[in-house]
Every structure is written in structure tokens, then in C-alpha cells.
Design a protein around this ligand. Structure first.
Ligand SMILES: [Zn+2]
Length: 381
């Protein structure tokens, strides 16, 4: 007999896919199970820090134009044995506790069950597209969108990403841009500070100007940002700051990590120019100071137009208008990379994700399976 969605979630949770784990063997294992369920399955090999990873694409219903792509990620955030949410899932009062139950192996199980339930009645193919390394930079999704042919014909498909949204339809979230700024000065003995080029002074000027930029972005957001976001505009944070190497040496080096979360309306090139201007001013203020700027990560903001029938179908099915979330997902990568309409919609609440007692309720999983089933009927039936 086939497992139900709760036991299938337990099975997925019981394999460790936290950062630092190789997952390719697990992916091949899943591929074998999905083949047994009737899918044509491809595995795209990847690797990170020497660990073998893999994306999985399972196609049910033949090689014609697909109607629906159900997407998700296989990895989880870290866990440890002292927490309640581990890879040994625990049932308690119709909730399932465990790492990845909510974010988002529960959604994968709901997608899988929904597809298998209807696999022999499909008029158009459906795909499961499950990726690795989402929590540490959407690595799998970036690799998969670089080879869209692995999915076969999907020009007419729509996609749902199963992140935990309490089964609300999400059509917008901010982007995620990380910059590392290095300031290079000249060391000197601290007894003669004027003999060197003090990178910490450049850092102080840079911090002041970046915080002025932050306030400008805030005002701009309040005037014409997206009111569905809180706060409504692009944000900037200087989360990691470091300078100098010893108390008796003039700091020859400083480093700053800047995180920007741009709204979709923000012009990315213009935003970069404004950061660059702050860096140039810091260098001009400290003779001899040089700067290098590295882009650590650049993930675009997500904005799915509401005119599409996928959004309208969800609005009708769920009885509520589409909304926005404050966390990053793979949605915009898929929207741009596969040229598909994409909505983020999955069981469970983000409030229960990434927690030491991460959990999802049995009812949430069942509702997720039902929604994906209805989507299959609407787009592949
Ligand atoms: Zn997630």
C-alpha cells in the first residue's frame, strides 16, 4: 500500500540534507522510487565544497507540452540532536515535528502524493522539479535554470513553488544582494598614525554614508514602494564590519558586508551606482585608500504579474488575494529561467520553519496535497 502524505514526509525527513551533507545518493534513491511510480526522471549532478549534490526532475504523463511544474528544495537548514526538530521525526497531537517537515519536505510529499494519485488520468504532463542547496544560495535552482532543456517542453506550463506560505498565493518578495567591500590602506606603527593609511577611518566614512543611503531608500520606499512589503522599500544592512589586525598597528585593512533587499521596482544598476558612490567618497576622504567591491550573491526580487490565469485560478480556489512574503525563494529564478508564470504556495507556516521545534500539522499537509491535486486537474486535466 502507498504511504500517506504524513509517512512520506517522515521518510523524506529521515534523510539528512542539512548544509554539509552530500545528497546525490538520496536523489538517485528518490529517482528510483519516482520511476517505479511511472515517471521519467533525470538527475542533474552538482557539487558544493566537494560534496556531491543533485537536482531531480520527474516527468509524469509523457514528453508533450507540460501543464504544471511543482517545484521545491530538498535541503534543510542545520539541526542538532539537542533540538526537537531532528531527522528523527516525531508525531504529537496531529503535528509532525522534525527538521524539514515544514520547510519543505512536507510540501514535496504533498506534491508527490498529489501527482501519483492522478498520474494515469493526466491529459498533459506534470513535472516535479526538486533542487539542492536552496538554503545556502539557491545553487540547485541556478544550475537547473541554466539547463532548462532538462525539463522538456514547458512553454505552456505554470509553476508552483511549495515554500511554507500557509497555502496563501504569494506573488512577490524582495531580492537579496550581498556585497563585500574591502578597504586597503597602509600599515604603520601606532605611535605615528600619520605614517600609514588608516582603513578604519575610510570604514567610518563609508558606514556613515551607507546609513544615509539606507534612510534615503526608506523615504523612497514610503513614497512609492510596494505596500505589500513591510517595510515597503529596499533595505540595506551593514551586518559584518571588521578592521585592523592589532591594537598597535594603524589599520591597513577594513571589510564590510552589505546586505540589500531590493523591491522589484528598484533599479538594480542604479542601486549599485549609489553604493559605489559611497565607496568612492570614502576613498577620496582618506588619501591613499583603495577599495575593492565583490558581489557575493545577487538574487533578483520576485514579482509575478496578476493578470495570469494561474494567479486568478489560485485567487478563486483559495478565496483570498495574492500576497507577499518577507523571505527569499527560488520563484524569480524559475520565472526568468524557464519563462513561466510562478506562484509560491505551500503547506505550513514560515513561523514554524527554521525553528528548533520545526513542525507542520497533518491537516496542513492534507490541504497542500488537495491544492496540488486541484492544480493538476486545472492545468493538466
Ligand atoms: Zn524553503
Amino acid at each position: 500500500m502507498r504511504a500517506d502524505v504524513v509517512s512520506l514526509t517522515e521518510r523524506l525527513v529521515s534523510v539528512d540534507t542539512a548544509p554539509g551533507c552530500a545528497t546525490r545518493a538520496f536523489v538517485h534513491d528518490l529517482a528510483a522510487q519516482l520511476r517505479a511510480d511511472g515517471a521519467h526522471v533525470g538527475v542533474q549532478a552538482g557539487s558544493l565544497d566537494g560534496l556531491a549534490q543533485g537536482n531531480l526532475v520527474a516527468r509524469f504523463g509523457g514528453d508533450g507540452e507540460a501543464g504544471l511544474v511543482l517545484a521545491g528544495h530538498l535541503d534543510t537548514v542545520p539541526w542538532n540532536a539537542s533540538q526537537r526538530a531532528t531527522i528523527t521525526p516525531e508525531r504529537d497531537a496531529r503535528r509532525l515535528y522534525g527538521r524539514g517537515t515544514c520547510d519543505m519536505k512536507g510540501a514535496l510529499a504533498a506534491q508527490w502524493e498529489a501527482v501519483v494519485e492522478r498520474a494515469d488520468k493526466l491529459r498533459r504532463p506534470v513535472l516535479l522539479a526538486w533542487t539542492w542547496g536552496e538554503e545556502v544560495g539557491c545553487h540547485g535552482a541556478k544550475a537547473l535554470t541554466a539547463e532548462p532543456e532538462l525539463l522538456g517542453p514547458i512553454q505552456e506550463a505554470v509553476a508552483l513553488v511549495g515554500e511554507p506560505t500557509d497555502l496563501r498565493a504569494i506573488t512577490a518578495h524582495k531580492g537579496y544582494l550581498i556585497l563585500r567591500i574591502e578597504l586597503h590602506g597602509e600599515p604603520a606603527h601606532s605611535s605615528d598614525p600619520w605614517a600609514g593609511v588608516d582603513a578604519s577611518v575610510g570604514l567610518a566614512i563609508l558606514l556613515r554614508d551607507l546609513h544615509e543611503l539606507r534612510e534615503s531608500l526608506r523615504r523612497e520606499g514610503e513614497e512609492h514602494g510596494d505596500a505589500r512589503h513591510q517595510p515597503p522599500g529596499t533595505t540595506l544592512n551593514t551586518g559584518l564590519v571588521q578592521a585592523g589586525s592589532a591594537r598597535n598597528i594603524v589599520p591597513e585593512r577594513a571589510e564590510l558586508i552589505v546586505e540589500l533587499r531590493p523591491v522589484a521596482e528598484q533599479d538594480g544598476a542604479e542601486l549599485r551606482r549609489r553604493v559605489d558612490a559611497c565607496v568612492e567618497l570614502a576613498c577620496a576622504s582618506v588619501p591613499g585608500l583603495r577599495a575593492t567591491l565583490h558581489e557575493v550573491e545577487d538574487n533578483p526580487a520576485f514579482a509575478q504579474p496578476h493578470e495570469h490565469r494561474l494567479v486568478q485560478w489560485l485567487q478563486e480556489r483559495l478565496g483570498s488575494p495574492p500576497g507577499a512574503v518577507p523571505f527569499y525563494t527560488e520563484a524569480e529564478l524559475y520565472r526568468r529561467g524557464f519563462h513561466l508564470p510562478v506562484v509560491v504556495c505551500g503547506p505550513g507556516s514560515i513561523a514554524n520553519a527554521h525553528r528548533v521545534d520545526e513542525s507542520v500539522s497533518f491537516d496542513e499537509l492534507a490541504a497542500g496535497q488537495a491544492l496540488y491535486g486541484d492544480a493538476l486537474e486545472a492545468f493538466c486535466g
